[in-house]
Design a protein around this ligand. Structure first.
Ligand SMILES: [Zn+2]
Length: 159
């Protein structure tokens, strides 16, 4: 097993895509993937800088990491944690433990909602990614299917 790829083994409880909201029952686009965490640890899916480490009504306790790749600033969010272990301004490496997972915010059970997005929707690298990775544009952000995104980055040699 490749230690770097541990997150591939996580059980996805709700994939990226159209779904019925588990909270409202309404149709929605789920812009991330939900995982059942191992050992209640939330790991950094991408290395970078912690941009936000805070509580949100819907997000619960969440960690946002930003990372620049080929002049594009990408953000990853991990929602619904019980406790945050890293704080804004900290640098983290991929797979570092950043939080204790939980069920805070809009959540019906312990899970990690993980999403990756950018605001630089028309950048050439983002356009290239869109041909290779499932994505969703909400009028402001382009969200990428997070597992495909990470696999693509590894294939291309980005950490
Ligand atoms: Zn989710």
């Amino acid at each position: 097993m490749n230690e770097k790829n541990k997150y591939y083994l996580l059980k996805i409880t709700s994939p990226f895509g159209e779904r019925e909201s588990p909270i409202t029952g309404e149709k929605e686009f789920h812009p991330g993937a939900d995982f059942r965490p191992m050992n209640l640890q939330t790991h950094a899916g991408i290395g970078g800088m912690i941009n936000k480490s805070q509580f949100g009504e819907k997000e619960g306790y969440y960690i946002q990491i930003s990372k620049r790749i080929k002049e594009v600033l990408f953000y990853s969010n991990s929602f619904h944690n019980a406790k945050l272990l890293k704080f804004a301004g900290a640098k983290v490496n991929k797979n570092d433990v950043v939080a204790v997972s939980g069920s805070t915010g809009n959540s019906k059970g312990i899970h990690i909602h993980y999403e990756i997005f950018t605001y630089q929707n028309d950048n050439p690298f983002v356009k290239e990614l869109k041909t290779k990775v499932k994505h969703y544009f909400n009028g402001k952000r382009t969200y990428f299917e997070p597992i495909e995104f990470m696999k693509y980055l590894e294939k291309e040699g980005h950490d």
